[in-house]
Structures are given as structure tokens and as C-alpha cells.
Design a protein around this ligand. Structure first.
Ligand SMILES: Nc1ncnc2c1ncn2[C@@H]1O[C@H](COP(=O)(O)OP(=O)(O)OP(=O)(O)O)[C@@H](O)[C@H]1O
Length: 310
């Protein structure tokens, strides 16, 4: 391990072209410091899973390199592998093993023989103790997802990568899964998370990288990314339809409220005076907080090249 560095993960110029000629990673570089709770976000097909596969040594980069806790995934694959636990997106198990056997088998894969105390603790934390002797084919989707988390943790890796860990997990279990992952983070583990639930990333991650079509488009603290979200969003309920003059600012909303996206607070005065002039009463008015979804959508729609650091 490189003791000079406090990086848990270094991605340097990662490029990946698949055999069919498709380039999924076009030179991605970033570092994750030890102890960070880091979000790796991007729409479907951005290249997140490809990058995670390369971290786990399951896919080889065409160019560039990856270090985990100072170990090069190519030159020191065993040390790199021992330093990393990946919870993959796809639920794949040997259907003939029970839950406990799956975790014992995985421990053996990492050369760990007597792991029962830790396996019991994992089963308890993941609410799977009563399923220890159940065959994996008889687990629900959410239980399988939790078993995958257990599998990634059998060797107590310092760096944990979770590729959409809460997909298909119900709300209650999602909360307990996050409580457990936060506990691991509190114990000093570095957590790298991909999720399509942006509110999860916003509340959990201290720093975020956003990818689009194999490239990094943003890399900054969550707080800075939220601050970068320019403009003001207001939600209103009105006594009549929104006047024509204000419709250019209206953005789609799922509820009954009318949402306007303004570029600055000064426009609010114009909105209110227009409503008054048109005899439309304001029944409720709220200024909405910036959220990561807005930042994400803006960056994904933006066609300019380069990495945004706010
Ligand atoms: N084995 C493969 N051969 C060719 N192309 C591939 C292969 N695996 C992935 N791709 C392509 O690489 C691109 C990136 O895929 P990847 O799974 O890394 O995206 P992602 O960001 O993880 O998406 P999602 O959020 O849907 O999981 C996609 O266009 C995908 O079709």
C-alpha cells in the first residue's frame, strides 16, 4: 500500500472500448479520499458499471489505471481485490446454496476460514438471521439485494462500492440498509455509491462525480453542486389559470401546484405584479430549495464539454 497517499481510490484516465468497438469510458479521472461518502451519478449508460467492473478487476481498461488503497488493480490485483467490496447491480447467486453457505463460500474465496462470528453479525445487521438456512432461490428480491451487501463485506474491505444498492428494496428496509452503511462509514470505511435516487445521494454523499456518455461532467462537494444550481423555483396555487405572460417560466409538476423556474429573485416581483394585474389571487406560495435533481438535469442537458467544479 502506498502510505504516502490518503486516497482510497484513484482513477487515472480510464478508457474502455468494448470488443464491439463501443467506447464506454472516454478518459475518466478522479480521486476518492479515505473516509469519504462519494456519489457516482449519471443516467443509464453513462459508464458507471463499466468503471466499477474495472475497479473490481472484472473488466480491463483499454487505457489508464486504477488504484485502490494504493494498490494497482492490474499490477497488484489480489491486494486491490482484498481492499474492495463491490455490491453489484445484478442479483446473481448460486441457487443451490443457503444464505449462510453463500457467505461462507465467499469468505473462502478471499482465503478467510473462520468467519462465522462476522457472518452472524452481517446477517443480523442485514435482517437476514432468520433466513440463514434458506436457499437463495427462495429469497425475495430485497433479501437477495441485502445478501449481496453481505457478500461484498465478508472480507471487511476498507473501500465499499454500492452499485444501486436500494433498487427493489422497500422503504423500511432501505432505511435499515442505509443505517448499516452509515455505521460502516462511521467506522472509517470509504463508501462509493451509485444510485438513481438523487435525494439519497444528496443526503448521504459529501462529494459527487457526475458522468455522461463515458465522460466526467461534474466533480465537487454536494454543497457546492447545490449552490451552483442557479435561479429560484417557486411553487404556487392560484385562484385562476397562470397568465400567459408567466407561462414561459412554468416547468412540469406532478402535483396541483404551479412551479415556476425563475433566473433570479428580482423576477418574483414581476410574477406577483402580473398576477395582481390579471386579478389572479395567490392562495399559497413557497420558495423551493435547490436539489440535486435540478443540478443533475441541468448538467445532463448541457452540451458544453468539460468538468464542472463549482
Ligand atoms: N459488454 C459490453 N459490450 C459492449 N457495450 C457494453 C458492454 N457493457 C456495457 N456496454 C455499453 O457501455 C455503456 C455504459 O454501460 P454501463 O453499464 O457502464 O452504464 P451505467 O452508467 O452503469 O448505466 P445504468 O445506470 O443503466 O446501470 C452502455 O452504452 C452499454 O450499452
Amino acid at each position: 500500500m502506498n502510505t504516502q497517499s490518503d486516497s482510497a481510490l484513484v482513477i487515472a484516465n480510464a478508457q474502455k472500448t468494448y470488443r464491439n468497438g463501443f467506447t464506454a469510458l472516454k478518459g475518466v479521472s478522479f480521486d476518492v479520499k479515505q473516509g469519504e461518502f462519494f456519489g457516482l451519478l449519471g443516467p443509464n449508460g453513462a459508464g458507471k458499471t463499466t468503471l466499477i467492473s474495472a475497479m473490481a478487476g472484472l473488466a480491463h481498461l483499454s487505457q489508464g489505471h486504477i488504484n485502490i488503497m494504493g494498490f494497482d488493480t492490474r499490477k497488484q490485483p489480489n491486494q486491490a481485490r482484498m481492499s474492495l467490496g463491490v455490491v453489484p447491480q445484478e442479483l446473481v447467486f448460486d441457487p443451490f446454496f443457503t444464505v449462510r453457505e453463500t457467505l461462507q463460500f465467499q469468505s473462502g474465496y478471499f482465503g478467510i476460514r473462520k468467519n462465522d462470528a462476522w457472518i452472524d453479525e452481517l446477517l443480523h445487521k442485514l435482517h437476514l438471521s432468520d433466513k440463514a438456512n434458506t436457499n437463495t432461490r427462495n429469497l425475495s428480491g430485497g433479501m437477495k439485494r441485502r445478501l449481496m451487501v453481505g457478500q461484498a463485506l465478508v472480507h471487511r474491505p476498507p473501500v465499499i462500492v454500492l452499485d444501486e444498492p436500494t433498487a427493489g428494496v422497500d422503504v423500511e428496509l432501505r432505511q435499515s440498509l442505509w443505517a448499516f452503511i452509515k455505521e460502516l462509514h462511521g467506522q472509517g470505511h470509504t463508501i462509493i455509491l451509485t444510485t438513481h435516487y438523487l435525494e439519497e445521494a444528496q443526503s448521504l454523499c459529501n462529494r459527487i462525480a457526475m458522468m455522461k456518455k463515458g465522460e466526467l461532467v461534474a466533480l465537487d462537494s454536494t454543497a457546492n453542486l447545490l449552490r451552483s444550481s442557479n435561479g429560484v423555483r417557486i411553487a404556487m396555487t392560484l385562484s385562476a389559470a397562470l397568465p400567459e405572460a408567466l407561462r414561459k417560466w412554468q416547468i412540469p409538476s406532478t402535483g396541483t401546484e404551479i412551479i415556476l423556474q425563475l433566473s433570479e429573485y428580482a423576477q418574483l416581483a414581476y410574477v406577483l405584479s402580473t398576477l395582481q394585474y390579471e386579478y389572479v389571487a395567490v392562495k399559497t406560495l413557497n420558495i423551493l430549495e435547490n436539489d440535486l435533481e435540478q443540478v443533475f438535469l441541468r448538467l445532463m442537458q448541457d452540451n458544453t464539454k468539460g468538468v464542472v467544479t463549482c
